[in-house]
Design a protein around this ligand. Structure first.
Ligand SMILES: Nc1ncnc2c1ncn2[C@@H]1O[C@H](COP(=O)(O)OS(=O)(=O)O)[C@@H](OP(=O)(O)O)[C@H]1O
Length: 321
């Protein structure tokens, strides 16, 4: 890992190094965050993200799964991968049976998705990112890549974030109150969350053929409809024959929380750094998978405060939760 970091540093320009030195950095979550272009990013990932913006070469037929963290990235990766590879791999020999979805669909520039590696992948590539449009290369929209964006009701996304960061934290536990203040202030990984949601929302209104906007809750409430819409958007619509023979239902059940969580790879495996040390347990990506779990952690007052904030930030945009 140290070697990778030093290579990244070497390829980063003096100009970006000088800029990084001036950026505000703040502690509070499991790792420090740095404010870059109005977005709080994990400080140790910043150089990678700058390299993505400057060096990632999108291809016209790339499909990019963009998510606000803790909104169901793992789920969307599993669904999009299963839908788009169904003509060549069966449910019984799917790579998802032995790999976590996060590994099967690489993040652009992070966690196994180094830019050189992405160049070697055949088209059409299925890629992922947590970055907002403002931090992605503008070529993604000018060449016309399709983007599927997934976000989640903010109170549930917050509770999921708090649990995850507490698991990752090597220091003292992060209290719910502290995490709540930071999240509502806009200080959270890839936050402020409202800017992230709104940037993709506006893109989806401006370019609906290229940007599909989804909410976690709509997949939970009507997975069959969303999976069919997603397949059409990915240009691999289900045939009538497939629909009649229950393939859509099979995709939904294969990618469900229970089915993925119960696979050995997701019960015991983890994302490894060079040297084999696990830094994210796959099981931590499958906590509860419920809509409305916030009530089990946040007070009524906290819920009302977050709702007012969301109402205020999204007012007039047409986006609602
Ligand atoms: N298959 C499936 N179906 C439904 N829900 C699922 C699924 N897989 C993961 N999850 C839930 O998604 C939450 C994790 O979000 P992400 O995958 O976006 O995490 S990450 O940001 O990429 O680390 C996390 O939510 P919480 O349980 O509320 O914490 C996971 O449980």
């Amino acid at each position: 890992m140290a070697q990778v970091e030093s290579e990244i540093k070497e390829s980063s320009t003096n100009e970006s190094e000088a800029l990084i030195a001036t950026l505000p950095t703040r502690e509070g979550w499991s790792t420090p965050l740095t404010l870059y272009n109005k977005c709080w990013l994990r400080s140790h990932m910043l150089r990678r993200f700058m390299l993505v913006r400057d060096n990632f070469k999108p291809r016209r037929d790339d499909i990019i799964l963009a998510t606000h963290p803790k909104s169901g990235t793992t789920w969307l990766k599993a669904l999009a991968f299963t839908i788009s590879t169904r003509s060549r791999c069966d449910f019984t020999d799917s790579p998802l049976l032995t790999n976590n979805p996060q590994r099967v669909v690489p993040f652009i520039g992070a966690m196994g998705g180094d830019l050189d590696f992405l160049e070697t992948l055949p088209s059409p590539r299925l890629l992922a990112t947590h970055l907002p449009p403002s931090l992605l290369p503008p070529a993604i929209s000018t060449v016309g890549c399709r983007v599927v964006y997934l976000c989640r009701e903010p109170k549930d996304a917050f509770v999921s974030r708090w649990h995850f960061d507490n698991k990752m934290s090597k220091g003292a536990p992060i209290t719910l109150d502290d995490a709540f203040s930071m999240f509502c202030e806009g200080f959270s990984p890839f936050g402020p969350f409202w800017d992230h949601y709104l940037q993709y929302w506006k893109e989806s209104l401006a370019r609906p053929q290229e940007v599909m906007f989804l909410k976690y809750e709509e997949i939970v409430s009507d997975p069959l409809t969303v999976v069919k819409k997603l397949a059409s958007f990915l240009d691999v619509p289900f045939t009538e024959e497939e629909e009649k023979s229950g393939v859509v239902d099979q995709v939904v059940s294969f990618c469900s929380f229970e089915s993925l969580r119960n696979l050995d790879v997701n019960k015991t495996g983890g994302a490894e750094r060079a040297g084999g040390k696990i830094f994210i347990q796959h099981s931590s990506l499958f906590r509860k998978g419920k809509v409305g779990d916030w009530v089990n952690h946040m007070s009524k007052e906290m819920g009302e405060k977050m709702d007012r904030l969301v109402e205020e930030k999204f007012r007039g945009s047409g986006l609602e939760f």
